[in-house]
Design a binder for this molecule. Structure first.
Ligand SMILES: [Zn+2]
Ligand SMILES: [Zn+2]
Length: 136
């Protein structure tokens, strides 16, 4: 990729995201940074996240409530999200990988992908069952 991150601040941001057990919002990241005794303003966190994203090191996805979550790109997660109860399931395979859409196809159109997200919104099996019970 060639976009080396030289700023120790951004490296630290990336490190915290890599250590995190889940995706983090900028606010949550900010809180964790404060806990490690590194006083960083929220605006600096947002700026750092943007730079890391442009460097192709982290990905982001926006939730229905407007909150954005960040994770390192090497964690290639894909989600099935229930619109009713909010349950989130992970997909076992990358639908955009070689077996699926194939990122090579995107490359052919002159677009250089940095990261991708993939979400399917719908009803989980539990909520489908509840709906069926209500209807009957
Ligand atoms: Zn559900
Ligand atoms: Zn993927």
């Amino acid at each position: 990729m060639g976009s080396a991150i030289t700023q120790p601040r951004q490296q630290h941001l990336l490190h915290v995201l890599q250590q995190a057990e889940c995706e983090l919002s900028a606010q949550a990241l900010h809180q964790r940074l404060r806990a490690t005794n590194r006083s960083t303003g929220l605006a600096t966190v947002y700026r750092g996240l943007k730079l890391l994203q442009q460097a192709g090191l982290i990905r982001s996805r926006k939730l229905a409530n407007g909150e954005t979550l960040y994770a390192p790109v090497e964690r290639d997660d894909h989600h099935l999200i229930c619109v009713q109860c909010g349950a989130i399931q992970a997909l076992p395979h990358c639908p955009l990988g070689t077996a699926g859409l194939g990122l090579g196809a995107v490359l052919l159109q002159g677009f250089r992908p940095l990261f991708h997200t993939f979400e399917v919104h719908g009803l989980c099996s539990r909520c489908q069952h509840q709906e069926a019970c209500l209807d009957g």
